[in-house]
Design a protein around this ligand. Sequence first.
Ligand SMILES: Cc1cc2nc3c(=O)[nH]c(=O)nc-3n(C[C@H](O)[C@H](O)[C@H](O)COP(=O)(O)OP(=O)(O)OC[C@H]3O[C@@H](n4cnc5c(N)ncnc54)[C@H](O)[C@@H]3O)c2cc1C
Length: 390
Amino acid sequence: MRAAVPLAELTTLRVGGPAVVAECTTTESLVATVRELDDAGIPLLLIAGGSNLLISDEGFPGVVVRIATTGVQIFGTAPATSGTSTDSASAGVGTAAATRVKSATAPAEFEAAGAAAGEPFVVADAGAKWDDVVAATVDAGFGGLECLSGIPGSAGATPVQNVGAYGVEVAGLLRRVRLLDRASGEIRWVEPGELGFGYRTSILKHSDAAVVLAVEFGLRADGSSAPLEYRELAAALGATEGESRPAALVRAEVLRLRAGKGMVLDAADHDTWSAGSFFTNPVIPDDKVAAVREAIATSVGPDVSVPTWPADGGVKFSAGWLIERAGFGKGFPGPEAPARLSTKHTLALTNRGAATAADLAELARTVRAGVAERFHIGLEPEPVTVGVQL
Ligand SMILES: Cc1cc2nc3c(=O)[nH]c(=O)nc-3n(C[C@H](O)[C@H](O)[C@H](O)COP(=O)(O)OP(=O)(O)OC[C@H]3O[C@@H](n4cnc5c(N)ncnc54)[C@H](O)[C@@H]3O)c2cc1C
């Protein structure tokens, strides 16, 4: 069914003008719709959870394809202590429309993934809610995904920007992605090595080449979490970095920490009317790090320590710290503004209820210009922008 819809209703920033929307609740209809629009030369925009999109107030001049598939299947032998009632079972979860399967073994199609025999894994349709997928794996007694708890949006979008949080990235957990190649029409499972993963990016981001139809993640059979690499999380759990804890405990702690930063969606809390972090942490190439440190020292004083992390090809600086030190504190520019920085977290641009995409873009430009002027660092937006110039 196709109807004109205000895209603000489909995004977590709650901005975006109208467009014709085709909602696809099955993988077959998703594939058929994308092929039909591509054959007809009609521009299309894929939307799933709408939590990483800033869409212009003019909307989208084409068809928005809303990915609303829901199936989730977990395969593996649950540990004895997990409380699950079935061994070697697969269980479906998600919304009412999700597939529910109970079978003793994974279909050959999935075993072809080449994982060690018996290693548990989860397969999710692209439109399945990501946090439902995480919750289901933890409830089934498996570890691995818990650090990515509470992230809004869909399972299929997680490889698009190599979603990450609390020391874990999708690239490190993914077994395979099922892709529709829009040029050739071919559908196939693709290994992570083909997806060009980097920090909050992959070959799928800012690209019209492919549609993610499903994702498959490996899980930890003993119910323990992935090694805790994020100091704040490890400390909160009384662990040292690199140790594991039961996945359910880690999930609860991650949700608690995220809620404190306004990073768990809550319709009643405007601090969560956002696209999460609006800017990525800038990675400064090694040969420019000294100059950036000098600019920071000149601006904020030589004794102030700057949060940084080692990164591929350089040093990663904290975007939130830079924004705050450039003069944009929590809640900037103030209580009357329709678009403001979150009152809990300077990295999130938020809609206080009446903001337009233009208001959010202006705030983003102001913050970006201020950081560039002060520290000679160009911040890059993390969400995908549609018809919006930053
Ligand atoms: C409160 C909050 C907290 C967040 N925290 C984090 C965080 O901790 N870490 C993090 O990495 N991100 C975070 N995000 C960003 C966002 O949740 C993730 O990027 C998420 O994966 C986006 O999923 P989505 O389904 O909402 O994607 P959408 O916003 O619907 O789409 C995002 C982009 O992916 C494309 N796309 C979507 N589905 C597909 C598909 N099946 N195939 C091909 N392309 C597709 C879209 O066309 C668009 O370009 C946060 C967002 C919010 C609002």
